[in-house]
Write a protein that binds this ligand. Structure first.
Ligand code: CU
Length: 141
């Protein structure tokens, strides 16, 4: 009986998290037809992600990142290739700017460096994106 209670609690916790993410996704779909079920949240929830600023072209095709790749990352990001955030646990977020702008110029000064980016996070079609509204460097320890 005890285990059933724990399992139920874990399920509820996971479900609550999923529902929050779903509500965020629903918000951006406001106005689209054929969507029903979940209630729409009126507040956009922002998230802060800690990770390295990477150029996704080199990271996703060759695994290149970090200090040794800094110059290349700078050139790639400046050149307009997609930019992203690579977390310590290996998750990758495609970074876009807020208001349909690229995030490249915003993240260029932090190429291959650790940052905290704050923005709306969504996942669709197997791709995690963060619409960056602010970025700040994480001091190396
Ligand atoms: Cu590169």
């Amino acid at each position: 009986m005890k285990y059933i209670k724990i399992a139920a609690f874990v399920f509820m916790a996971v479900f609550a998290t999923a529902a929050t993410t779903h509500a965020q996704a629903m918000k951006s779909m406001k106005g689209m037809k054929g969507m029903s079920g979940m209630s729409m949240s009126s507040k956009v929830k922002t998230t802060t992600i800690k990770g390295e600023v990477v150029d996704l072209a080199c990271y996703l095709s060759k695994g290149l990142h970090g200090k040794s790749h800094e110059q290349c990352a700078r050139a790639c990001i400046r050149g307009g290739l997609p930019v992203g955030i690579l977390t310590k646990s290996g998750e990758v977020y495609l970074a876009i700017g807020a208001n349909h702008k690229p995030a490249n110029s915003m993240l260029l000064p932090y190429a291959a460096k650790q940052v905290d980016v704050t923005g709306n996070v969504e996942r669709r079609g197997g791709v995690d994106i963060v619409a960056v509204s602010s970025v700040k460097p994480v001091s190396a320890k």
